[in-house]
Design a protein. Structure first.
Length: 218
């Protein structure tokens, strides 16, 4: 009985040790870490083509960045080799349509999008986007989004970084990982958070509520 209890206690200690996250120390300044799944930004022109003239996207819930929302509407992404059903649409409508995928998503679709910062879509990949009623061909606009951190000028001052700076970060997760070449994006309308895609989130065993720490690159 005693041996059984001792064995059980040892197994519990080992389990806790293996799954313990790297917690920040008291003097570390941390950033909320968010996993961003595949999603679609649509121009109003493409909203009209997919859902009808003058159609407005329907907000489902607000996102971490002020003014941004997950829409009730979903779309289908169609590539050379596969299909992704029910891809998330984010609102409000933008000036240009853009699809952000992980590398795993792009392999499933059979396309080869470039690694770009959001908004840089010139000569990027193409994909078909379908609603329940219509389908359009996005000639360019599919990218794998580069890692980035949103923050306000006050956050930037507190973290000792500037807009456009490239840093590394340590993901303080169950499997700590250092991500390099992370872009700092500063705007008074932003909310502090770092975005990684699902491939990156899986690599570091991300779970909701995890944080990251900035490491200055030389």
């Amino acid at each position: 009985m005693i041996e059984s209890e001792l064995k059980e206690k040892i197994e519990q200690i080992i389990k806790e040790s293996l799954t313990k996250k790297r917690e920040p120390t008291n003097n570390e300044k941390t950033i909320p870490l968010e996993a961003s799944g595949r999603h679609v930004h649509l121009s109003q022109t493409d909203v009209d083509k997919l859902f009808g003239k003058g159609y407005k996207l329907t907000p489902k819930r607000e996102l971490s960045q002020p003014g941004q929302f997950l829409a009730e509407e979903k779309v289908k992404l169609i590539g050379k080799k596969g299909v992704i059903e029910k891809a998330a649409v984010l609102g409000p409508a933008r000036s240009h349509s853009q699809v952000e995928l992980s590398k795993t998503d792009s392999i499933k679709l059979g396309i080869n999008p470039p690694l770009r910062f959001s908004g840089n879509i010139d000569n990027s990949a193409s994909v078909f986007i379908a609603s329940s009623e219509n389908v359009i061909k996005l000639e360019e606009g599919v990218i794998i989004a580069k890692r980035h951190i949103h923050m306000t000028p006050k956050d930037a001052a507190n973290l000792d970084v500037v807009d456009g700076e490239i840093v590394s970060i340590e993901a303080l997760t169950e499997r700590p990982v250092i991500f390099k070449d992370v872009l700092i994006r500063v705007n008074k309308d932003y909310s502090l958070s770092m975005h990684i895609d699902y491939d990156e989130a899986n690599a570091c065993l991300f779970s909701k509520g995890d944080k990251a720490k900035i490491i200055k690159q030389k």
